[in-house]
Design a protein around this ligand. Sequence first.
Ligand code: DAT
Ligand code: MG
Length: 140
Amino acid sequence: MAIERTLSIIKPDATRRNLTGRINAKFEDAGLRIIAQKRIKLSPEQAGKFYEVHKDRPFYGELVEFMASEPVVVQVLEGEGAIAKNREVMGATNPAQADEGTIRKEFALSVGENSVHGSDAPETAREEIAFFFSGLELVG
Ligand code: DAT
Ligand code: MG
């Protein structure tokens, strides 16, 4: 398995509850290296653009409002098979279906307020990393 990079976001429900360090420990324990990280507040326009792929879903408005409600921590994780590994560490979208030990099982409040985002494929990972980070900010 190749070394990959993936885009992770610690969402407002988690930053609000001061969970950034505990979530980062889960990534690091799984062998994912945090090679870039910043805390930002998204505008509704930026959140809407990031989640544009979901614009026709019924929850889109609520998702955009939530993501712009409070600061988020955006980060790039690097490691062997990082995209799939991060999805494993995150757990299922709906915390009620997430496995024991996953971030969403432990910390998510609901399917909407589910603590973390992670890219789902190599192409989306590339696009999502470029959405938030310049090449100069990425030191492997
Ligand atoms: P994931 O974040 O696991 O990749 P997704 O891409 O299908 O899941 O959806 C993006 C986000 O949209 C998800 O993290 C939370 C929100 N969402 C998804 N399904 C939802 C639903 N049924 N009700 C409310 N929010 C939902
Ligand atoms: Mg997704």
